[in-house]
Design a protein around this ligand. Structure first.
Ligand code: NAD
Ligand code: UDP
Ligand code: UDP
Length: 319
């Protein structure tokens, strides 16, 4: 009987870094979870501990191809998030965001499900307004090497709002700022995983450019809390809504924190800045505070310490 009343939730990209934490949280909230992933960047190890649950189901599938399931809610996370990964096959990256959005929205329309989109601060590009409120339209290069990700996510937002206006699909669009934590892929090339792996191995820490560019880093548990609260809002709250930690750090400050927390002998080396790399980024979270009563609670050094512990255990296992 209990099975009948459980909410069934589809998580695309559910075997990834953030997806695995979301699946875990949804199971804890008594949902029936379908995790869909093509394992491009996701890992079975991220969800191995969920496989024994009778309420967790894994579907190996590529979101760019249609899929037919009966669900109450959908979280659309499928998309590589690290520049190294999304630039590996840029055409597939755009297809994943655009065709993936069309398929989840077609599904949501058919089964009348509520649907969440993992959008990104990259829709603001290299921002000329700081910090970035949701009302800022962004400064994105449409033909650069980051465009497959940025424009793919922008087009996905367009599709979400058009399905909402045209077909009354209930949408929840979150613009996520840089997020870190355990289960990040150790070789995904993102700054937090790179610096921690380098520090733990006492290798040079690679700063791209002068290291004065800034990012705002949100710990994974804070982020998931924001998503759950957004999904629980009434149908009038569609987003887009910034979810991120407004603490702003230069890459040099991040490196110094990582070196300190790992007691590393690493030193900083400066390499070329990749094209179109945003110079600054910091969310304005006024709307999230107002609509969701949400703000992050985990300070950078505390989150880094937990992440370092995870990467250290991976290294000890011979990763
Ligand atoms: P991740 O790479 O760990 O997870 C993405 C997951 O999607 C992986 O499991 C991957 O295998 C899967 N996937 C990729 N292409 C797919 C396809 N075509 N079909 C099915 N599955 C596919 O990245 P993450 O950090 O967990 O990011 C999750 C989502 O959040 C992404 O949509 C990302 O764009 C968004 N996001 C993340 C951040 C961040 O800092 N982590 C910031 C902004 C937005
Ligand atoms: N779709 C899907 N699962 C569903 C319903 C639709 O994958 O349960 C896909 C379908 O293949 C279509 C896309 O979602 O290509 C958009 O669906 P929609 O109904 O909006 O468009 P249409 O089918 O009319 O082109
Ligand atoms: N970065 C760096 N060293 C690295 C990896 C990244 O200095 O080893 C820089 C990168 O140039 C960018 C910032 O760190 O300015 C964040 O990079 P990441 O790839 O993590 O995320 P994004 O650029 O998408 O915000």
């Amino acid at each position: 009987m209990k099975d009948i009343i459980k909410k069934r939730v589809l998580v695309t990209g559910g075997a990834g870094f953030l997806g695995s934490f979301l699946c875990e949280r949804l199971l804890a909230e008594d949902c029936d979870v379908i995790c869909m992933d093509n394992f491009f960047t996701g890992r079975k190890a991220n969800i191995a501990h969920l496989m024994d649950s009778p309420y967790f189901e894994l579907m190996r599938h590529d979101v760019t191809f249609p899929f037919y399931v009966e669900v109450d809610e959908i979280y659309n996370l499928a998309c590589p998030a690290s520049p190294v990964h999304y630039q590996f096959d840029p055409v597939q990256t755009t297809k994943t965001s655009v065709h993936g959005a069309i398929n989840v929205l077609g599904l949501a329309k058919r089964v009348k499900a509520k649907v969440f989109q993992a959008s990104t601060s990259e829709v603001y590009g290299d921002p000329s307004i700081h910090p970035q409120p949701e009302s800022y339209w962004g400064n994105v290069n449409s033909i650069g090497i980051r465009s497959c990700y940025d424009e793919g996510k922008r087009c996905a937002e367009t599709l979400f709002f058009d399905y909402h206006r045209q077909h009354n699909v209930r949408i929840k669009v979150a613009r996520i700022f840089n997020t870190y934590g355990p289960r990040m892929h150790p070789h995904d090339g993102r700054v937090v995983s790179n610096f921690i792996m380098q520090a733990l191995r006492n290798e040079n820490i690679t700063i791209y450019g002068d290291g004065l560019q800034t990012r705002s880093f949100c710990y994974c548990s804070d982020l998931i809390e924001g998503w759950i609260r957004l999904m629980a809002t009434g149908d009038d709250v569609t987003g887009p809504i910034n979810i991120g930690n407004p603490g702003e750090f230069t890459m040099i400050e991040l490196a110094e924190n990582v070196i300190d927390l790992t007691n590393s002998k690493s030193t900083l080396v400066f390499e070329d800045l990749p094209p179109d790399d945003p110079k600054q980024r910091k969310p304005d979270i006024t709307l999230a505070k107002e609509k969701l009563g949400w703000e992050p609670t985990v300070p950078l050094r505390e989150g880094l310490a937990k992440t370092i512990e995870y990467f250290d255990s991976l290294l000890k296992q011979g990763e």
